[in-house]
Ligand binder design. Structure first.
Ligand SMILES: [Mg+2]
Length: 240
């Protein structure tokens, strides 16, 4: 079977150079935010609980200042070209984030990339408070409020190779189901520990070069272990 390719990209620290969620909450929420994140990374609280605590730590939000920090964020300079590369090779691309539509859409718009498909958490303000919503909460996943594994499983077909590009804790569920993984920072360690082969990258320029090489191959095979994981997941979902 000839496979087409679908790429799933993390946003914070991957598509965007900075970790916007972290920058925003640490700026406006202080120490309580660090404590929530610490407990989450230790697996003591779930991803959505972490976000609820981060939001609760922000009081009397200065929305103008909040937006100003968002507007200072920059994308990986090679990302817009990468999107063009995907388009011209009919490769589908989606952004999966455990951050928020609020800033992702605002930043993508600045780069005229607002057409990209994004799956993230929602965020609204009410009387100086931040209130998060979790449209993709997976009750079986504690790692993230927006479980990226669910999207990688469901948003691609059997005839598609799933490629994941990421850097952090919330990308773990995604790489479990991915055929090809691009990893940097903490995600490298997870791939090593889990015996998942990966390409190390620094920017989307690296990802693009590697993808260009891969596209030249006669065939690209799914990763066997990921196929098994996907089959298991569907079996659990179907309850058989
Ligand atoms: Mg990240």
């Amino acid at each position: 079977m000839m496979h087409s390719i679908k790429i799933f990209c993390d946003f914070d620290g991957t598509v965007c150079l900075g970790d916007v969620r972290s920058v925003l909450f640490r700026t406006f929420g202080g120490d309580e935010v660090d404590e929530a994140v610490r407990l989450w990374m230790k697996g003591e609280i779930s991803g959505d609980e972490c976000i609820r605590r981060e939001c609760a730590a922000v009081r009397d939000l200065d929305l103008a200042e909040f937006n100003k920090i968002i507007d200072e964020q920059e994308l990986d300079p090679s990302f817009p070209e990468f999107v063009e590369f995907c388009k011209s090779n009919t490769i589908e691309i989606e952004i999966l984030s455990d951050g928020f539509y609020y800033y992702i859409e605002r930043i993508l718009k600045k780069y005229s990339l607002e057409e990209l498909t994004v799956y993230a958490n929602s965020l609204r303000t009410e009387e100086g408070k931040l209130i998060a919503g979790f449209p993709y909460l997976n009750q079986y996943c504690e790692r993230a409020a927006n479980c990226k594994g669910t999207h990688v499983l469901n948003n691609a077909g059997d005839d598609q190779l799933r490629v994941v590009v990421g850097d952090g804790y919330s990308d773990r569920c995604a790489v479990d189901y991915a055929d090809i993984v691009f990893a940097k920072r903490q995600l490298i360690q997870y791939c090593r520990e889990s015996n998942i082969s990966y390409f190390e990258y620094n920017s989307f320029h690296d990802v693009q070069s590697r993808m260009e090489e891969l596209l030249k191959r006669k065939r690209l095979n799914p990763r066997h272990q990921a196929e098994i994981r996907r089959r298991e997941a569907f079996r659990i979902e179907a309850n058989v």
